[in-house]
Design a binder for this molecule. Structure first.
Ligand SMILES: *Cc1c(COP(=O)(O)O)cnc(C)c1O
Length: 539
C-alpha cells in the first residue's frame, strides 16, 4: 500500500526511549513508544511523534555503601536537537507558558517533536523538568504542555494529521484542544466533541487501578485544563469525579487498545462500568529488532545451526564482563545465569525466587544458580525503595552469585536480555500489561521462565520455547496466590530448568532456536504497526 493513502498519525507520549543516554524515558511505556517510532521510520508509515524534552529526565538511581537506593537528578544537554523555530503557548494557571518545539531526528525514528518550557522569560520553565517527578498541579501542567501544546505545535509546523493516538491517558488534553479548535470555528460543544472523538485512538496500559491517574475537577479548572470549552459538568461526564485520565481517554476516543490479549480481557473487566466508552481491543506490543536483538542469533536459529550456543556464550561473556566492570563481581560462564529487571513495585515480586530460601540457598551458595537484578523504584515510592534495598542485601548474602546493577536503563536492558541464560518474570497475574523485555530475551535465545501474564500466554510452549509458571492461576487473595506461584516456580526451576541446563544441553539449544523462531516475526514492531493501521487507525 502506498504510504500516501494511509491515514497520517500523530502519536502522543510522555516518554520515548530511543537511546540509553537520551533521558526521555522511565520504563516500558517509553520503550514501546521509542520502538514504535523506529518501526514507523523503517517501514515508512506516515507517523510523527509528540513528546516533551525533559531537562532532568527520570531520576537516576544510586546505591549507597549502606545498600540504600537514592535518586539523583543531573541536568542533561542535547546539542543535537534541532530548533524548529516554532514556539507555541499554553495558558496554565492563567499564565502564558511558552513551549519551544525541538525536532529530534537522530535515532532513526519518524520525526519526533519535543516541547520544552525551559526558555528565557518563562516563569514556569520547570514544567518540563522531571519525568513523573511530581503529581498534582505539576503533573497536570506537564500534561497540558504535551496535549494542548502538542496539537498547537502540529498546527504551527503545518503537519497534517488524520488520527491522534494517545499512548496512555497523559495525552488526553490534546483531545480538549481538538474540541476547542472546532468550537472556535463555530461548532457547538457537542458537535465538536463528537467530531474530535472520530479522530482519536487510545492505548491503555496499566491494569493497576491506582496507576490510572485522576485529578480533582476543581484543580483541573484552576489549572485551566478545561481549555476554555469544558466545564464542571462536561468534565465530570467525560472523566468522572475525580476526573480519571484513562476513563476520559476511553470516552474521547473512537477506539482503544490494550497491549496484549490477556490485558484486553483485564482492561474490559476493569472498565466495564464506564458507559459510552470506546471498545478496548487487543493489539499486543512488539519490539524493534535492530535495537534489541543480535541478528546473528536469529540467523543461526533460522539456519538450524548449533552455532547459536557459541554466539550466546559470547553474549553471556560480554554481560559477565559488563557486570564485573560495574560491580567487581565476576560471575561464572558455565553456571546458569538468570536475568531479572523490572520496576520495583510489589506486584512484580522482584525477590520472589528467594521466598523460600531453603529451596535455593545451596544452589546460590554453590554457584549452580546465579542471578542478576536491576530496576528502579519510583522516586516517591518508599515501598519500592525497600524492595531494592532487600535485593541489595541479598547481594551481600550471596556475593558471588547474586548481583544488582544500579540505574537500570536501555544499556542494561539490552545487556541482560542478550547475555542471560534465562529471563525470569513472576508478576501477580493478571497485572503485567504486556512486558517487552521478555520479547527481547526470547529473540536473543534467552529462555523465558515466566508467569502466564502479559504477552507470554500468546507465545509460550512449555518446555519447547521456554517455560510457564503457575498454569495461569489467579486469586485475589495475594497470600494464596503467592503460595501457589511459589510452589510452581520451584517446581519448574528445580525440576525442569536446572536439569535441562546442566544435563541436556542438546535440548537447551533446541529450545533456544524455538524461542527465536516462534517470536521474531510475531513480536516484531512491523506486525504491531500493521495491526494499529488495520484495527485502530483505519477502522
Ligand atoms: C525493555 C525494557 C523495559 C520494558 O520491560 P518490561 O518487560 O515491561 O519490564 C523497561 N525498561 C528498560 C530499560 C527496557 O530495556
Amino acid at each position: 500500500m502506498a504510504s500516501n493513502s494511509l491515514p497520517r498519525v500523530a502519536y502522543f507520549c510522555m516518554e520515548y526511549a530511543l537511546q540509553s543516554d537520551f533521558k526521555m524515558y522511565a520504563g516500558g511505556l517509553g520503550i514501546l513508544a521509542g520502538d514504535y517510532l523506529k518501526g514507523a521510520k523503517d517501514h515508512k508509515f506516515p507517523i510523527v511523534g509528540i513528546g516533551i524534552k525533559w531537562k532532568q529526565g527520570y531520576s537516576d538511581q544510586q546505591i549507597t555503601a549502606a545498600g540504600k537506593a537514592i535518586d539523583t537528578y543531573p541536568i542533561y544537554e542535547y546539542p543535537f536537537l534541532k530548533d524548529t523555530g516554532v514556539t507555541v503557548s499554553v495558558t496554565i494557571r492563567k499564565r502564558e507558558v511558552k513551549c519551544k518545539v525541538w525536532l529530534c531526528d537522530k535515532y532513526g525514528t519518524a520525526p519526533l517533536y519535543l516541547l520544552d518550557t525551559d526558555v528565557p522569560g518563562n516563569e514556569d520553565g520547570w514544567i518540563t523538568g522531571q519525568l513523573y517527578g511530581w503529581f498534582g498541579e505539576e503533573r497536570i501542567a506537564q500534561e497540558m504542555v504535551l496535549g494542548i501544546g502538542g496539537v498547537k505545535a502540529l498546527r504551527a509546523l503545518n503537519i497534517p494529521v488524520d488520527v491522534y493516538h494517545f499512548n496512555e491517558g497523559h495525552a488526553l488534553f490534546a483531545g480538549f484542544e481538538l474540541v476547542r479548535e472546532k468550537v472556535a470555528k463555530g461548532n457547538s460543544f457537542d458537535d465538536a466533541l463528537a467530531a474530535s472523538r472520530k479522530e482519536i485512538v487510545f492505548t491503555t496500559h496499566t491494569p493497576i487501578i491506582q496507576g490510572n491517574e485522576s485529578h480533582y475537577i476543581d484543580r483541573l479548572l484552576y489549572m485551566g485544563a478545561d481549555n476554555g470549552v469544558f466545564n464542571k459538568g462536561s468534565l465530570k461526564k467525560i472523566g468522572g469525579s475525580p476526573f480519571n485520565m484513562t476513563v476520559g481517554a476511553l470516552r474521547m476516543s473512537k477506539k482503544s487498545n490494550a497491549v496484549a490479549k490477556l490485558h484486553a480481557v483485564t482492561a474490559n473487566k476493569m472498565w466495564k462500568n464506564v458507559k459510552d466508552r470506546s471498545e478496548i481491543i487487543p493489539i499486543t506490543n512488539a519490539i524493534h529488532l535492530p535495537t534489541w536483538v543480535d541478528k546473528n542469533i536469529v540467523k543461526a536459529a533460522q539456519q538450524n545451526s548449533n552455532d547459536i550456543w557459541k554466539l550466546h556464550q559470547a553474549n553471556k561473556k560480554t554481560l559477565i564482563n559488563f557486570i564485573y566492570e560495574r560491580t567487581g563481581v565476576k560471575l561464572k560462564q558455565d553456571a546458569l545465569l538468570i536475568g531479572f529487571s523490572r520496576r520495583a513495585v510489589p506486584y512484580k515480586r522482584s525477590d520472589f525466587i528467594f521466598c523460600d530460601k531453603s529451596k535455593v540457598d545451596k544452589l546460590f551458595k554453590g554457584g549452580q544458580l546465579q542471578i542478576v537484578f536491576s530496576g528502579k523504584a519510583h522516586p516517591l515510592d518508599d515501598g519500592g525503595k525497600r524492595i531494592v534495598a532487600n535485593i541489595v542485601a541479598l547481594t551481600k548474602k550471596y556475593p558471588k552469585s547474586v548481583v544488582f546493577l544500579e540505574n537500570y536503563d536501555m544499556t542494561i536492558g539490552a545487556m541482560l536480555t542478550r547475555g542471560s541464560d534465562v529471563w525470569l518474570n513472576n508478576p501477580r497475574r493478571p497485572q503485567e500489561a504486556s512486558g517487552t523485555s521478555g520479547m527481547k530475551a526470547a529473540m536473543n535465545g534467552v529462555l523465558n521462565l515466566s508467569i502466564l501474564d502479559g504477552w507470554w500466554p500468546e507465545a509460550c510452549q512449555h518446555g519447547v520455547n521456554g517455560w510457564q509458571i503457575g498454569d495461569g492461576y489467579e486469586n485475589a487473595d495475594e497470600k494464596a496466590l503467592d503460595e501457589h506461584d511459589q510452589k510452581a516456580l520451584y517446581k519448574v526451576l528445580l525440576g525442569e530448568v536446572l536439569p535441562t541446563y546442566y544435563k541436556d544441553k542438546k535440548k537447551w539449544v533446541e529450545m533456544m532456536k524455538q524461542s527465536v523462531l516462534t517470536t521474531h516475526k510475531e513480536f516484531a514492531v512491523k506486525r504491531m504497526l500493521e495491526e494499529y493501521y488495520e484495527k485502530l487507525y483505519q477502522a
